[in-house]
Ligand binder design. Sequence first.
Ligand SMILES: Nc1ncnc2c1ncn2[C@@H]1O[C@H](COP(=O)(O)OP(=O)(O)OP(=O)(O)O)[C@@H](O)[C@H]1O
Ligand SMILES: [Mg+2]
Length: 497
Amino acid sequence: MLVEHIVVKEVTKRFPGTLALDKVSFTVYRGEIHALLGENGAGKSTLVKILYGIYTPDEGEVYINGKKLVITSPRDAVAHGIVLVSQTPTLINDLTIVENIILSLRHYNLFTRTRRVYSEVYSVLESLGLGIDPNTEVYKLTYTQKQMIEIARALLLKAKVLLLDEATSYLPLTEKKKLFDFLKKYVKKGNSVILITHKLPEALEISDRITVLRKGKVVGTVEKKKADITVIRRMMFGDTEFAPEAIKQRESIGNGVTLFIENLWVKGELGEYMVRNVTLSVRKGEILGIAGITGSGQIELFEAIMGLRKVERGIIKIDGVDTTNKDTGFIRSLGVGYIPDNPLEHGLSIDHTLAENIALCPKYSSFIIDWHAIRQDADRLVREYGIVTPSINTPIKLLSGGNLMKMLISRELEYATKLLVAYNPTRGLDEYTANKVRRNIKEKKAKEGLSVIFASEDLDEIFELSDTIAVMNSGRIVGVFDKYRATRDRVEELMVM
Ligand SMILES: Nc1ncnc2c1ncn2[C@@H]1O[C@H](COP(=O)(O)OP(=O)(O)OP(=O)(O)O)[C@@H](O)[C@H]1O
Ligand SMILES: [Mg+2]
């Protein structure tokens, strides 16, 4: 028998200039994994933030187990067994895993025996398939591990309703599989999961039912058994044309070398080598995709190219100019665009407006700032990429996650004339926008001879976008293939060997 766990009734949430949720109603049954899908800015995060007590609804009600729920803070939500895990890790780096967990668990206090917590944490980590010592300092963990610890923490908070807001999107495939297996067992015990993701195959694989939001309204809820990807896409995007245009890729590759890297050694955060003797080159008009599981050295390689991390040995040249250990500003001035792994640390300023963030681009950094041109460009980018924002004067911290990424990508792609260095260039983007970004990258390469080096763990994206595929594993390049000669099996094998 189906038992209602969470019921959302006619919930409306307004922000200045935006109707984020418009009379949203939906039900989550006990024991189900319910996927919440929708394009960037549809209202997904707003909805789970309401369930977690970060926002309060302007109208409407939320019920848990048939009782009306009044939550005004995450503390209240946790007391009702509702816990949110989102994409950005919130752990404190200098503390150990156990210390982080003690800090956030209210049923622990000064008198709690650390040893007891240790064993609880240990067993939860183990049930998630993570063999990490709970006494490890958080700064030593990879992004993936941090994300898994966040989920472990939610479970230790005794979550009965687990809200995952794109929290699983960037887990490596093996970790993701382990987590999904875990979630299936977890809901069998009468718990429920609300899963937000832009990866539709993933949603179809794991969920029991799917609800689609569009522009703040519920389009509908379907049972997984009755859903197929075309139907879901239509619910999400309407009749928007989907297929990426075919662009003749090969023909645009020139002979000149734009990026040249030889015998490169770069250290990671902990002082160990993360990039080991890497030699690579990207020709004019070529897109080089680096396939590899997260943490194989891609981030350190890209930071070294951008002058953000010291090169210990080896050489980097851009268009023949030696840029090894040169200043980032100088490297950017050669026409190099950059999409970093963490846009909020390198690239965007969260408290500033959209137009001001456009102005951060070196293109505008002359003695006199031409605000008129900046505003015109900002308006155009908002239109071209469909960035959902009340205006270009809105602080970007008020944008949805995907719209923030759209802003950064559009700025950098526009700025890059010679080289684009991109880490997961379509992360957080809905399928439609991700397609558009890939198309724009290809177009710029074909028409203007832009060279691109990008990293992605998503093999679909690697095969879709690259001319040449290099596989990175434990800091080394372990294979380089022409896209048309590479097979997925071989690439996957090299990624994990
Ligand atoms: N605190 C806020 N202040 C003003 N506007 C906001 C705020 N939070 C969200 N919004 C707006 O509400 C709308 C819905 O945002 P939300 O973050 O829920 O979208 P989303 O479906 O999660 O999108 P994404 O896939 O990009 O993460 C967006 O237009 C966003 O700009
Ligand atoms: Mg969101």
